[in-house]
Design a binder for this molecule. Sequence first.
Ligand SMILES: NC(=O)c1ccc[n+]([C@@H]2O[C@H](COP(=O)([O-])OP(=O)(O)OC[C@H]3O[C@@H](n4cnc5c(N)ncnc54)[C@H](O)[C@@H]3O)[C@@H](O)[C@H]2O)c1
Ligand SMILES: O=C(O)C[C@H](O)C(=O)O
Length: 360
Amino acid sequence: MRPSLLRSASQLLRRSRRDYSSAAAASQPERKVAILGAAGGIGQPLALLMKLNPLVSSLSLYDIAGTPGVAADVSHINSPALVKGFVGEEQLGEALEGSDIVIIPAGVPRKPGMTRDDLFNINAGIVKGLCTAISKYCPNALINMISNPVNSTVPIAAEVFKKAGTYDEKKLFGVTTLDVVRAKTFYAGKANVPVTEVNVPVVGGHAGITILPLFSQATPASNALSHEDIKALTKRTQDGGTEVVEAKAGKGSATLSMAYAGAVFADACLKGLNGVPDVVECSFVQSTVTELPFFASKVRLGKNGVEEVLGLGQLSNFEKEGLENLKVPSANLPIDGAVAYSWSPHRNPALGLHETDLIN
Ligand SMILES: NC(=O)c1ccc[n+]([C@@H]2O[C@H](COP(=O)([O-])OP(=O)(O)OC[C@H]3O[C@@H](n4cnc5c(N)ncnc54)[C@H](O)[C@@H]3O)[C@@H](O)[C@H]2O)c1
Ligand SMILES: O=C(O)C[C@H](O)C(=O)O
């Protein structure tokens, strides 16, 4: 091809790409995402990933300290989302106003030897304060709750919203995507299948034995795995958070993998809001799948948040046993299993406040 022809072909290609992206942008709704706790270990990489998401038009970064720097830094990235930083309670309302999705990784992380339940007293207060502001400034936003213990912070958020008269069960999500990310990674490694093709539902909650990966439903299916392999994969998924906490040796818990998981889940919520069909992710939501009031399972996401909470499907005997165990509020459960108390109706007062104590 002659050089002049080559030049005009590449100009045409560039123009058509430009036209395509402006057409896509024109048909795409403006979406505001707020991150509360944006200067933290999860908040910062999550801010980066959300800035890279083409579905985000406005990114609001809020923390009690440090957000001006994070916002200035992230805002220099040449992607469309407009970034603003907000710091301190007096700027929380402005940070939240008009948000379509609020992602909450605000709160303290674990240190070695702690269970997620040990975070309850501090993080419950933080979540209560933030949700009170959400009910005032963006009551229609979808909430992606990352702060631990998720098994309790989600029921707490529900209580705050109920008290404010803004509760919509379709809009409140506990982010359990990291459990799914881990289950996929560990399964792919053991079954020797390409990790990008793997799918594994993870149900229950987000702590110890309440995390129940359903490897019997994993795809691509593998008949190379023994029952012992499945038991070991299940335990590793349940202890994934502790594995990171111990490896970080006092410097916090999972941040980078959590930011990735949080970005995956927020992207799914945005797609649902924008009307993309068949967006399904596991999440800890108000549920009638079991007798527990909140439960993680596959959820179809839509224009109003939860469109459908999907059932558990066929379980293996091992998974059936895991399901029964995670429901039992027993003092004899191993370490992190004690968080079974975190289920809203079962919380043991000896472990700290009940969610409703905080609200009343
Ligand atoms: N759901 C999950 O799978 C998952 C995974 C990893 C961590 N977590 C949890 O996420 C939380 C955050 O972890 P991290 O490693 O980012 O902790 P971090 O300490 O690094 O960051 C927390 C941030 O929250 C901020 N913060 C505290 N109080 C606030 C308030 N009232 N308003 C706004 N921001 C406030 C802090 O200033 C800090 O910047 C922890 O509770 C942790 O257990 C959950
Ligand atoms: O384990 C933790 O404390 C953090 C988080 O819940 C995780 O699963 O990594």
